[in-house]
Design a protein around this ligand. Structure first.
Ligand code: FES
Length: 105
């Protein structure tokens, strides 16, 4: 029978698995679940409180994951979870293009 390494077991219990959902704003799944448990099940509110979806990718990565989590907790189908407003520009545009009207190639 293998000998118990108690210090290793204690270390494993104390260590929490961290899943980063919004890489741009460094927001974890645990943080999102904490806010959902408080009753905040609206993506727009989560966006305002945690800044999820406001990073450089504009939520392309994290929004589907958060919507899925909200749907799982609320029992709603994914199609009934409201999305946030996507605002242009969704790609960087040089100021010179806007000011001078030159073509952006
Ligand atoms: S991953 Fe959330 S804004 Fe980019």
């Amino acid at each position: 029978m293998a000998e118990c390494d108690c210090s290793n077991q204690k270390e494993q219990k104390e260590r929490k698995d961290v899943t980063v959902v919004c890489r741009c704003e460094d927001i974890t799944l645990e943080k999102i679940r904490e806010y959902i448990d408080k009753g905040i099940t609206d993506l727009e509110q989560l966006k305002r409180l945690l800044r999820v979806g406001m990073g450089p990718c504009q939520g392309r990565t994290c929004t589907p994951l958060i919507i899925r989590e909200i749907a799982a907790v609320t029992g709603k189908p994914l199609s009934e979870v409201p999305l946030t407003t996507f605002r242009p520009p969704t790609a960087p545009v040089k100021l010179g293009v806007l000011a001078g009207g030159e073509c952006d190639d």
